[in-house]
Design a binder for this molecule. Structure first.
Ligand SMILES: *Cc1c(COP(=O)(O)O)cnc(C)c1O
Length: 395
């Protein structure tokens, strides 16, 4: 997740373009902006790169998820199937849409398992929202087939997987909509930003409207635009979009370096007989932001994570004990009595999230460590890292 590691003149030039015009708003001001439409440019270039017909750039990945749900018509009382291993944003977006997150088990891809989706289907199921965690992919072809068979809407949370593919097709393009994040720690960053991609012109139009108070953006007079739907403000500024334009043009280079560095570390761990690696449905499509591996047990994984940190092998995440990424740790979801109370109608139909049992996911997450792959590593640093990893993990 290292776009911030390679900021340079490219980002500075794009931002300077915007500052020179004084137009930080993405719509209108056609005279003053001297031809600079950074958000629109980013949308065009991301669509081309990912292989989608449309893209709407917005202010965060969380916003992208909310926009995608709204644009796909998912709301009050609809059940949406999600994995318990994700960033909390996926679940927040569903709840704030008035919909109900329904958790299904993950498998050793660290993503939603297609056969587990069937176990939690009900007549209220409207959508499936798999999350492509840590730069790699769910078994998205099987999930897509299942959604088509059951008439369910597929929305992908590809926030952590920009540029990753399955069978040469961009993650995010398999369902009705796909969501990306360009927050400060993602593969490429806008500072803050997110994107919704879709092939469906209607979903795109609703996304573009929903993210800007429902305005239809037709005609030149902002005051006289139509507003076919109710919306909110999830707009991105031209300054953020400008950073994103420069970052997006570095994506291929970022992926190349990540893949090379990940391969070196993985090869360097080949002799560790206790270690096995995350299943990756299409190796060639892995964006390689992380190397995720399994220890034989939770106890050994906890110990290894602590020892790796102590030995100075930084960037190793033990998600099972981390407050951000696993259902078990989301105390606020267990209580739901924070400042932003859910509507009473929704509260009454929500399950008690603290009681949900997902033994397969617990077992997998309990033994998982993910190591962040950096762009700035030199060959020497990689060699030393491999040495330390072997010292810690062979014992
Ligand atoms: C980062 C992330 C988000 C949210 O993105 P923001 O831009 O930080 O709002 C959503 N889902 C996943 C899986 C993420 O990693």
């Amino acid at each position: 997740m290292p776009g911030f590691e390679i900021f340079g003149d490219e980002e500075r030039r794009e931002v300077q373009d915007v500052l020179d015009t004084g137009v930080l708003f993405r719509y209108g001001f056609d005279q003053a902006r001297k031809g600079h439409y950074k958000a629109a440019l980013f949308e065009q270039e991301l669509s081309r790169k990912i292989g989608s017909a449309h893209c709407h750039l917005c202010c965060s990945g969380t916003a992208a998820l909310s926009i995608a749900l709204a644009a796909c018509g998912i709301g009050a009382g609809d059940e949406v199937i999600v994995p318990p291993f994700t960033f909390i944003a996926t679940v927040e977006a569903i709840l704030h849409a008035g919909a109900i997150p329904v958790f299904a088990e993950i498998d050793e891809t660290l993503c939603l398992a297609p056969e587990e989706i069937e176990n939690v289907l009900t007549p209220g199921t409207r959508a499936v929202l798999p999350v492509h965690m840590c730069g790699s992919m769910a078994r998205i072809d099987e999930i897509k087939t299942l959604c088509d068979q059951k008439g369910l809407i597929l929305i992908e949370d590809a926030c952590q997987a920009v540029g990753a593919t399955f069978g040469n097709k961009g993650l995010g393009t398999f369902g009705k909509a796909g969501c990306f994040s360009f927050d400060p720690v993602k593969t490429i960053t806008c500072g803050e930003g997110g994107g919704v991609v879709t092939d469906d012109p209607e979903v795109y139009a609703r996304a573009d409207q929903y993210a800007d108070h429902g305005h239809d953006h037709i005609g030149n007079d902002r005051g006289l635009e139509g507003h076919p739907i109710l919306g909110l403000n999830y707009r991105i500024s031209e300054l953020n979009a400008a950073v994103g334009v420069a970052q997006l043009r570095k994506l291929d280079r970022i992926l190349d370096i990540q893949r090379r560095n990940k391969r070196a570390i993985k090869e360097g761990m080949a002799a560790l007989s206790d270690i096995s690696f995350r299943k990756i449905p299409d190796q060639a499509g892995d964006s390689a932001t992380f190397l995720s591996f399994f220890l034989p047990s939770e106890e050994k994984a906890r110990k290894a994570a602590a020892e790796l940190a102590k030995a100075g092998v930084d960037g190793c995440f033990y998600w099972y004990g981390n407050n951000w990424h696993y259902l078990k740790q989301w105390g606020h979801l267990h209580r739901m009595n924070g400042a932003a109370k859910m509507p009473v109608e929704l509260m009454s139909v929500l399950p008690d999230f603290s009681r949900i049992q997902l033994p397969k996911s617990d077992r997998i997450m309990g033994k998982t460590i993910s190591m962040q792959i950096k762009l700035s590593w030199t060959e020497d640093m990689i060699e030393k890292r491999i040495e330390k990893i072997n010292q810690v993990l062979k014992g």
